[in-house]
Design a protein around this ligand. Structure first.
Ligand SMILES: Nc1ncnc2c1ncn2[C@@H]1O[C@H](COP(=O)(O)OP(=O)(O)O)[C@@H](O)[C@H]1O
Ligand SMILES: [Mg+2]
Length: 289
């Protein structure tokens, strides 16, 4: 595993430019000659369809998410971004009316079959939601929650994981002297970084984020964006965002969805500067959405 955290280029700092026409140098590493054809796949979505009752929400989605990169899912509200990301850790199974077809393979193994252990799957996929959801316990216990339920109780192991996860979530310096205080006293931005620390503490194979900044103020948002940039290489991140500037700033690749279909999937640089599809272009230039 590489340690990109120490090698973060100056261009990683979120700039909050107003324009979506972001120069390649400030997008998520697109300057390095990225190409989907050269990526190793961490998660493959194969002919995936999903229905809520009679209403179809996703149509024939085919997509390979690259390992160790950040992939953004963008598109107008209701196009199926959350539905897709919630399918990856089988959260949609909790909705009675949901049916789906097709397959998804995480590191080569199908995760949609009836015989898949869903609890185990959720350990392999960290998830961060729009609404921060720290548990009513200490900062320390929040971070190691996934390991506790796995039966890990060795203090030296847990101490090390707490420090590593909080450092990676850019929160360690702010909380290292109050690890045993309640997580609920933290600010919204700190709570979201804590949720990220919890989502990565058990070293997930993919880190899923559904609009992780949309409830945060601009300063807290900038911190999380910088953090996502730093997690690149360490984790394979899939992030839903309705914020085009954010997609341009943090991601390597971008998938544009419209009305339940994947319309275009390419490097973030290409999607934002030279999209191949008229619908993509209209969306990224703000003509609809
Ligand atoms: N629990 C649900 N029951 C029925 N329909 C749903 C449910 N969740 C989402 N939908 C519908 O599925 C479509 C995709 O929704 P969603 O995945 O939430 O879109 P997005 O995250 O892109 O805004 C929308 O038409 C939405 O109304
Ligand atoms: Mg959504």
């Amino acid at each position: 595993m590489t340690t990109l955290m120490e090698e973060k280029p100056a261009s990683a700092t979120p700039t909050h430019a107003v324009s979506v026409a972001v120069a390649p140098a400030v997008t998520g590493g697109s300057a390095g000659g990225l190409s989907l054809a050269n990526e190793e796949t961490v998660l493959e979505v194969d002919q995936f369809n999903l229905w809520y009752g009679a209403k179809q929400a996703l149509f024939d989605v085919n997509l390979k998410f690259p390992r160790g990169k950040v992939t953004a899912l963008i598109g107008p509200s209701g196009c199926g971004k959350s539905t897709l990301i919630r399918s990856i850790n089988r959260l949609n199974d909790l909705i009675d009316s949901v049916r789906y077809s097709g397959d998804m393979r995480l590191n080569g193994a199908s995760i949609l079959g009836r015989n898949v252990d869903v609890i185990e799957l959720r350990k392999r996929t960290g998830m961060v939601f729009q609404k921060t959801n720290p548990f009513p316990m200490s900062i320390y216990e929040n971070v190691i929650y996934p390991l506790r339920i796995d039966g890990e109780n060795r203090k030296s192991v847990l101490d090390e994981i707490v420090e590593r996860s909080l450092r990676r979530a850019a929160l360690w310096d702010e909380v290292k002297d109050r690890l045993h205080e309640s997580a609920l006293q933290m600010s919204g931005g700190q709570q979201q970084r804590l949720c990220i620390a919890r989502a990565i503490s058990a070293e997930p194979e993919v880190l899923l984020m559904d609009e992780p900044c949309s409830a945060l103020d601009p300063i807290a948002t900038a911190k999380i964006e910088e953090l996502i940039y730093q997690l690149k290489g360490l984790y394979s991140v899939i992030i839903v965002t309705h914020n085009m500037q954010q997609a341009a700033r943090v991601s390597d690749y971008t998938a544009f969805f419209y009305l339940g279909r994947l319309i275009e999937y390419d490097t973030t640089e290409k999607i934002f500067t030279n999209p191949g599809n008229k619908q993509t272009e209209d969306y990224v230039t703000g003509r609809f959405g």
